[in-house]
Design a protein around this ligand. Structure first.
Ligand SMILES: Cc1cc2nc3c(=O)[nH]c(=O)nc-3n(C[C@H](O)[C@H](O)[C@H](O)COP(=O)(O)O)c2cc1C
Length: 426
């Protein structure tokens, strides 16, 4: 029987993804000048030949003053249609799409999660956020000290700040469309600025951008409306969003916000979860070891999709309420059987794959090859090794830090034409 993973998927904007496997966004941390340089393109040359149905780039920051990592590609100023800038990004777009896979640029503003050393604003300048809520890694002395060293307290965004950041997102989207990318994905997950607006814990505003789930969604809805005005109708606009625990107070609020995004005509929604304060997206589930469970999900006796996918239950709930929404589920997929099972269960339309893609850029070629047996169509990974000093660092920071650093190093190896090293199961 042919794999459902091989089915093409058409998005509402008309864009056709040739199969259901998506390379998930991973910050590459190799744009030393914060521009789409050759090293970046060299990494994407590998994924472009990997048989993916779509390639999501690592986050591109809409303002070089506010970066997620010091080496993120970013917009350096207002975009006025400069041809040399378009040419720079076009080279990157062409490399990603050379073999026919649509590439979607993830655009982002980190808000309060921008490290002091990340961005051209200076290490003492405040970050921007809907409200002045500092990062909280924990209440211990070490946790508080590290948070204080890593991040400044955010400044509550004024109306002018909000308008300016919306303009930056619109500029970024227009530049990506002009450069020939197939779409953009708004990074509304993992505690970055859009997520900060959506979330009641970080958005304490009482004006039209806060106070109710709908008002907290206003920022992202305005982004969507303004971007739609400047890009072609065929250009895809998706969003990555955090899931919420069914038992949590935020569950229904998140569903309300998703409903608003559906009404606004989002082309697809990627479901993820976690922030720096609680990095669920970097969870680790040793799928071969019955004793290692996920952070917050079903027991090991569940079906393979449930064992692998971190946010499966939430995706199913979204699917039930919004059946017309194209859903991507990312986090934990490591096998053909797991990915197929999520599709067959109707939990999602697209399967996002992160860490396996960093060590095996052609993973889909193996997953889609009918001559490869199910037991071989897997990429199980161990936890990334942690440095010796990790024992003194807050656990939440290590979880996210060790994984991202390790896999960013593998992406660099890909770019340099070196063999990648998977943290194999022992
Ligand atoms: C090195 C690295 C960088 C990442 N950068 C981003 C990013 O820029 N944007 C994003 O939405 N998620 C990012 N993520 C999270 C992944 O997209 C994905 O949600 C997460 O790795 C879980 O999927 P996986 O279990 O298949 O790895 C990153 C993950 C890694 C390992």
């Amino acid at each position: 029987m042919p794999s459902p993973l091989a089915d093409p998927v058409q998005l509402p904007c008309g864009l056709v993804l040739p199969n259901r496997l998506s390379k998930a966004a991973m910050a590459e941390m190799i744009a030393r000048d914060n521009k789409p340089n050759k090293t970046l393109s060299d990494a994407y040359a590998q994924w472009s030949q990997g048989g993916w149905g779509s390639i999501l780039t690592g986050n591109v920051q809409v303002d070089v003053n506010h970066l997620g990592s010091p080496f993120d590609p970013a917009l350096h100023s207002e975009y006025k249609g400069e041809t040399d800038l378009i040419a720079e990004w076009k080279l990157y777009a062409d490399t990603c799409q050379k073999h026919g896979t649509p590439a979607i640029v993830q655009i982002c503003h980190p808000g309060r999660q921008s490290f002091r050393i990340a961005g051209h604003r200076g290490i003492f300048a405040n970050t921007l956020a809907p409200s002045a809520v500092p990062i909280n890694l924990g209440n211990g002395l070490v946790e508080r000290l590290i948070a204080c060293i890593a991040w400044t307290t955010p400044r509550e965004m004024s109306r002018a700040d909000i308008e300016s950041v919306i303009r930056q997102f619109v500029d970024a989207a227009r530049l990506m469309a002009d450069a020939g990318f197939s779409g953009i994905e708004l990074h509304g997950a993992h505690g970055y600025l859009i997520d900060q607006f959506l979330n009641a814990k970080t958005n304490l505003r009482t004006d039209e951008y806060g106070g109710t789930p709908a008002k907290r969604a206003r920022f992202v809805l305005e982004l969507l409306t303004e971007i739609r005005k400047v890009v072609p109708a065929t250009f895809c606009i998706g969003i990555k969003l955090n899931s919420a625990d069914h038992s949590s107070a935020t569950f229904e609020e998140t569903m309300t916000q998703i409903g608003l995004l559906v009404d606004a005509g989002i082309d697809f929604m990627e479901i993820s979860g976690g922030t720096y304060e609680d990095p669920l997206m970097m969870a680790h589930r040793d799928t071969q070891n019955e004793n290692s469970g996920p952070v917050n999900q079903e027991p090991k006796s569940e079906r393979t999709s449930a064992r692998e996918a971190f946010f499966l239950e939430f995706a199913k709930e979204v699917r039930m309420r919004y059946p017309g929404l194209v859903l991507m589920l990312t986090g934990g997929f490591r096998s053909r059987v797991g990915a197929e099972s999520a599709i067959r269960d109707g939990a999602c339309d697209l399967v996002g794959i992160g860490r396996p893609a960093a060590v095996e850029p052609g993973f889909p070629l193996r997953l889609l090859d009918e001559t490869v047996g199910d037991e071989e169509a897997v990429c199980y990974l161990n936890k990334a090794p942690t440095p010796f000093y990790a024992q003194w660092l807050p656990r939440n920071l290590i979880g996210a830090g060790a994984e991202t650093t390790y896999y960013a190093r593998q992406i660099r190896r890909l770019a340099n034409g070196l063999a990648t090293i998977a943290p194999a199961l022992s």
